[in-house]
Ligand binder design. Sequence first.
Ligand SMILES: Nc1nc2c(ncn2[C@@H]2O[C@H](COP(=O)(O)OP(=O)(O)OP(=O)(O)O)[C@@H](O)[C@H]2O)c(=O)[nH]1
Ligand SMILES: [Mg+2]
Length: 427
Amino acid sequence: MIENEQHPKRQVILAGLDQQNENFEYEMTELANLAAANNMIVVGQLVQKLERPNAATYFGKGKVTELKEALEYYGAEMVVTNDELSPSQIRNLEAGTQADIMDRTALILDIFASRAKTKIAKLQVAIAQLQYQLPRLRTSMNVRLDQQTGGGGGSFTSRGAGETKLEMNRRHIQHQISLMQAELTNIEADDETRRANRAKQSIRNVALVGYTNAGKSTIMNALVKRFGDNKEKTVFQADMLFATLETSVRKIQLPENQNFLLSDTVGFVSKLPHGLVAAFRATLAEAADADLLVQVVDYADPHYQEMMATTAQTLKEIGVGDIPMITVYNKADQIPEQVYPDRAGDTMILSAPDQPSQDLLVDVIKEHIFADYITTTLHIPFSDGQVVSELNDQATVHELSYDETGTIMKVTLTPIQVARFEKYQID
Ligand SMILES: Nc1nc2c(ncn2[C@@H]2O[C@H](COP(=O)(O)OP(=O)(O)OP(=O)(O)O)[C@@H](O)[C@H]2O)c(=O)[nH]1
Ligand SMILES: [Mg+2]
């Protein structure tokens, strides 16, 4: 994993409540990965079996003492909890352990903040961070106070939020949030226009979705390098959680004028904070508008099934319901003896950098998005010569010949083109 270099390394203990949830083990593994992605060193882990969190302190009373002892034993300075905590739980746990407490939500927000590069992503993350801080204002101010006087740490609660000041009150934060939301709406309006234009062009949209680090951007880049209208326009790909925070759209031009738009989207993780999902809704709209979803799965990860469940859950949450989906079990090269590329219906096993794998994926995409295209023969009078050049540019031309009065073309057309050129149809 590439480390985020903005923090000094902090030694942390992970704390989780085992509420007999079948995904608990996996959530703790994921939490450890998230901590590593945030430049933390996990030195220990404490788990308590409890039916529900203690309302005051998350862990039960005896366990809080144990946590304090574990912190001292390991020389750790911070606890990262698997669940989102209430403001008072954080306050009480901090008092009981004499350590900083960071919950899962704050951790994910922190990673997003350190990854955000573009204006839109920075705004989205900052809004989500401020919304998280709002009910926790007193706590987070205490944290900052402690850190300022103690000289250590670095203020995780304010990073990315920009103007956060000690004296900032609730109303001030609320005002900040609305200013940022207005700014975001402005930028997003442009996006809306672009999407609407695209819909008019009737070009098909395909969106790559899935768990973070599955290989979405790698697949996007592989297709852009081979079929992109601009082969230089690759996106950032890396072995790290949340490498992509921005939706990117690229035009893919297959031979014979078979074109579509491909979008790469933000990766998912379980318990993705609601504030983040809300803030990223516009970015994720690209997936909601798609004609076809390509779910990318890291097949080499032992937890790939949980990751798929997380993806299904998140898609539901962002309101992506009935869009057809094909599934790519990626990174097959990392599985010993695995044969690839391989296909069964709408699922494929493949490896992103492998050319035959890319060909298979393109074939399956084509089957779906061009299924309602129609092959037909047109007779176009010489007087309508511009139609011939338009079809040469925008349709798949299979045969071309002439008679005394015009051009005869066997072409594959989109449903919209069929309607437009109906009067020339001769079969
Ligand atoms: N061995 C192997 N590595 C792969 C394959 N596909 C992607 N990777 C690697 O997996 C890592 C993550 O790839 P990305 O394409 O950035 O993943 P992503 O799904 O876009 O991740 P996020 O943007 O974080 O959601 C990178 O180091 C890639 O090189 C593959 O088929 N085989
Ligand atoms: Mg990516």
